[in-house]
Design a protein around this ligand. Structure first.
Ligand SMILES: Cc1cc2nc3c(=O)[nH]c(=O)nc-3n(C[C@H](O)[C@H](O)[C@H](O)COP(=O)(O)OP(=O)(O)OC[C@H]3O[C@@H](n4cnc5c(N)ncnc54)[C@H](O)[C@@H]3O)c2cc1C
Ligand code: SF4
Length: 450
């Protein structure tokens, strides 16, 4: 494997945010296009129910801080959401102007208002007197931070325990830098801290602090631990030089960018990279590999394009990046020469008849082994469940996810959970994690106010 041969100028282009921010003029023009609909469908389509017409109207009248406050009242992680939300599927997809014209660029307007607030260093909320009750939160990702911020505004002493050295969860470590640089995620954490939340990093619950201590010392606990690492493939060759786990690969690129683009030149990158899996993590890892200068990047997936977990628009995006796809392909073994990856032995698959659930499974085609030439393999086949943590709290689980009620209460009435760790059904998105944090904060408040 090599390091990138791209110039600093090329890297700047490849690793800048995908969309440039709106200027004041662009934001004002876009805001005045909005019809300020009554019963606006864009609000219903937003999982956190941001009052979109109101915040847009405030931008059009140059009340940008007021606009940011309207947004934050519904979503404390709005700077992240403005960058990472699949707006085509949510608010912008529902905008009435989408039928005949271009929908309002709600995400870009939200980003404009939030960037303005962070630039000004404003904190627009009055903080209440503490109510003497305390809540522990496990995980400083979007769900944990949202819950912590909401509870702090209700007067609770909230402490977030985060095992990583930096807070922010996947916003800091997982979402590609072109969508969200680490700086944005950390600014948002600093804002939550200004609401009176304590964030303790390098503090793993179950290792540095026990579940029993949290249950004893706090009035309630919110578990927002997300998911674990990418699991092993369980095939030969995984220990070879050149085999990488997708989340570690993406995180390395984010941290390199944080320290200055020159650092990206130190990252090892293959000439031909095979990415195994076809979810958002695989798409993101393939994008980074391509942008670091890999000549060929091939996504290997055992099913077809129809079953890909990644969004349609991400599939289109990645095809435009020049990434190739090998559908109906099952990796069998990572091949190596002198300890370094030299190829991926694969088997072709075919679809079988539909089962009773209406889903077609895949079966191997006999005698169909072939070799994909590659010198780097990136594993991106989902994330592990954190069963050990849940059992430390004695929680019931279903298929590895924490079992919760609608109020996000677990089988232990003192413990609530939300975000990716409860997302057995539905899309795991930042914005749904943020909404879970709000729901849990409300449920905890109700439970502790009795
Ligand atoms: C590569 C990738 C790209 C994505 N891109 C998008 C996107 O573009 N748009 C979008 O909407 N969503 C995207 N997502 C999904 C989104 O990032 C998640 O849905 C969201 O981050 C979930 O938030 P969370 O708070 O539940 O979990 P996380 O963000 O995973 O945060 C959980 C936190 O808990 C911590 N933790 C775990 N165990 C412990 C412990 N025992 N003690 C203390 N702390 C602990 C973890 O270190 C982590 O910081 C992406 C996900 C991935 C993996
Ligand atoms: S649906 Fe579109 S036009 Fe109507 S309020 Fe929402 S953003 Fe504005």
């Amino acid at each position: 494997m090599n390091t990138t041969q791209l110039s600093t100028e090329a890297l700047t282009k490849q690793f800048s945010e995908l969309k440039p921010p709106f200027s004041k003029r662009e934001a004002t023009i876009e805001a005045t296009r909005c019809l300020y609909c009554f019963d606006a469908p864009c609000i219903t389509a937003c999982p956190t129910s941001i009052d979109i017409p109101t915040f847009i109207r405030k931008i059009s009248t140059d009340n940008v801080l007021g606009s940011a406050k309207t947004i934050l009242e519904a979503n404390l992680l709005a700077a992240t959401c403005s960058r990472v939300c699949p707006v085509e599927e949510l608010c912008e997809g529902a905008c009435v102007l989408g039928a005949d014209h271009k929908p309002i660029q709600i995400g870009q307007l939200q980003r404009y208002a939030m960037d303005y607030l962070y630039l000004k260093g404003a904190q627009p909320f009055e903080l209440p007197v503490k109510n003497g009750k305390s809540v522990a939160i496990v995980g400083a990702g979007p769900a944990g931070l949202s819950c912590a911020g909401e509870l702090a505004q209700l007067g609770y002493e909230t402490t977030v325990f985060e095992k990583n050295q930096l807070p922010g969860g996947l916003s800091t470590y997982g979402i590609v830098v072109m969508r969200e640089p680490i700086r944005v995620a950390l600014e948002e954490v600093a804002f939550i801290e200004k609401l009176g939340v304590t964030v303790k990093t390098g503090a793993e619950v179950g290792k540095d602090i026990s579940s029993d201590a949290l249950l004893k010392d706090f009035d309630a606990v919110f578990i927002a631990a997300g998911m674990g690492n990418v699991p092993n493939l369980g095939i030969a060759g995984e220990n070879l030089e050149g085999v990488t786990e997708a989340l570690a690969f993406i995180a390395a690129s984010k941290f390199a960018e944080k320290e200055g683009l020159e650092r990206l030149k130190e990252l090892p990158i293959g000439k031909h990279v095979a990415v195994i899996g076809a979810g958002n993590t695989a798409i993101d890892a393939a994008t980074i590999a391509k942008r670091l200068g890999a000549e060929r990047v091939t996504i290997v997936y055992r099913r077809t394009a129809e079953e890909m977990p990644a969004y349609e628009f991400e599939y289109e995006f990645i095809k435009n990046e020049g990434v190739e796809f090998r559908f109906l392909t099952q990796p069998l073994e990572i091949l190596g020469t002198e300890g370094q990856v030299s190829g991926l032995k694969c088997q072709s698959m075919q679809l079988s008849d539909k089962g009773s659930d209406g889903r077609r499974s895949v079966v191997a085609k006999p005698d169909s082994d072939w070799i994909l030439d590659c010198d780097q393999v990136i594993k991106a086949i989902g994330q592990e469940k954190l069963i050990k943590l849940y059992s430390a709290f004695g929680l019931e689980t279903e298929k590895g996810y924490v079992k919760v009620t609608e109020a996000l209460q677990t089988s232990n009435p003192k413990v609530f959970a939300g975000g990716d760790c409860v997302r057995l059904v539905g899309d795991a998105m930042t914005v749904t994690a943020v909404e879970d944090g709000k729901i849990a904060a409300n449920s905890i408040h109700q439970a502790l106010s009795k």
